[in-house]
Design a protein around this ligand. Structure first.
Ligand code: SAH
Length: 390
């Protein structure tokens, strides 16, 4: 097998468990590994570091799959990994829907698999894992006997690996507009044309966290996508719920979801730019008991973190101004580039500018089917905060 030897002076990251090896950490490559091929990796002193997949076209030249040199990376190895991923999700209480594979956090770098009950959506975001797609499909078929498997590789990061963007069936074709159940509610999920894999499973535990504060409340939600938080609010007894999204398509889907749950009289969605209307409604003295914000990642690169923070601060400031004294702000941020501490500081700044006192009710991360590996920053990305606003 081809071998990759690491430089003597590299960061302790790899030894401490991080699976990425950057091109500038490699001393020499023995043999001529083809792009995507499995290689053995050794530290400078000759001790084995593990096995992983290689791609000289990528800045991350190797991503480790195992630390155990006795492991043979085969179809069967992937089957066992998928079984282990499923076992973990079951152990922590997931039955129907979950992120079955959360990339690096499951020891399967750049692989995402979402389970929507009997349907599966796959993303293979690096060449070395993309080559194992047939093995992954086989494993899913063996473990779950699914009704359908769909590939959502229409993701720009694939191009950094020399891979095309593409999407399509990995099983016999099926109706890609499916219905899932979450917390006893029903939601349409468009696995073919929806955002990301079609549905944001990472907020599924957090949606339950609003249960008590929305009871009897007038609720405003912004950045609603298919309306999951807002429909939960309706089901948890909100007096009225208004949801906003900039995408008409998302608004239409959200209204369909409200109707699917018999909540269309209480929960309504309209198309709007949240930045504009929240500002305007502040001036018009419109008020709500609960305001919920779940904006997209305002940055994808370190260079624009400051701009993202300005965006988070601005939208939270505008949201807070709309809250009746004693009401609640429910606010999220989904980029790992803004770490939890920075996020809390941003909300604190927004409160000071809005001249409102806040106290933290709860501060959570993404759902536990997306486990966090300490020191692997891209696994800790979602911040979910509820504060009471005086
Ligand atoms: N809360 C949702 C996920 C939201 S994703 C859930 O739990 O499923 C972020 C959403 O913000 C996207 O649907 C996007 O269309 C919307 N969006 C982006 N910019 C916006 C803006 N300026 N105003 C309103 N919505 C916006």
């Amino acid at each position: 097998m081809n071998k990759v030897f690491l430089r003597r002076k590299i960061a302790p990251r790899v030894a401490n468990g991080h699976p990425w090896i950057f091109a500038n950490e490699v001393e020499k490559v023995e043999g001529e590994p083809a792009p995507g091929e499995i290689v053995e990796v050794y530290y400078a002193d000759g001790k084995p570091a593990g096995k992983g997949y290689y791609n000289s076209q990528s800045q991350i030249i190797v991503r480790l799959l195992t630390r155990n040199r006795a492991d043979e990376i085969t179809e069967d190895w992937f089957l066992k990994k998928i079984e282990a991923c499923w076992k973990y999700r079951q152990q922590i209480g997931y039955t129907e829907n979950c992120r079955l594979v959360f990339g690096e956090a499951d020891g399967l770098p750049q692989l995402i698999i979402d389970k929507f009950n009997d349907y599966f959506v796959i993303q293979t975001l690096a060449l070395g894992i993309d080559l194992w797609k047939p093995a992954l499909v086989k494993a899913l078929q063996k473990v779950f006997n699914p009704k359908g498997i769909f590939e959502r590789n229409d993701v720009p990061v694939r191009e950094l690996e020399g891979l095309p963007q593409q999407k399509g069936f990995l099983s016999a074709p099926f109706d890609t507009s499916i219905i899932i159940k979450e917390n006893g509610l029903s939601f349409h999920v468009d696995v073919e044309n929806g955002q990301k894999t079609g549905y944001f499973l990472d907020q599924q535990d957090n949606r339950r966290a609003i249960r008590h504060i929305v009871n009897g409340a007038d609720v405003l939600g912004a950045f609603t996508y298919t309306g999951t938080f807002e429909i939960h609010a309706g089901a948890y007894g909100a007096k009225s719920v208004l949801g906003l999204d900039i995408s008409q398509n998302a608004v239409d889907q959200a209204n369909r979801n409200a109707a699917l749950n018999g909540l269309e009289k209480v929960v309504k969605f309209v198309q709007a730019n949240a930045f504009d209307v929240l500002k305007q409604w502040g001036k018009e003295d419109r008020r709500w008991d609960v305001v919920m914000l779940d904006p997209p990642a305002f940055t994808k690169s370190r260079a624009t973190i400051q701009k993202a923070i300005t965006g988070y601060k601005e939208i939270n400031l505008r949201g807070m101004k709309l809250i009746r004294p004693g009401g609640f702000l429910v606010t999220s941020s989904c980029t790992n580039l803004v770490n939890p501490e920075m996020f809390l500081q941003t909300i604190d700044m927004a409160a000071k500018d809005a001249r409102r006192k806040i106290r933290q009710v709860t501060f959570q991360a993404q759902s536990s089917d997306h486990p966090i590996i300490w020191g692997m920053e891209n696994t800790e990305y979602l911040k979910f905060l509820i504060v009471q606003v005086e």
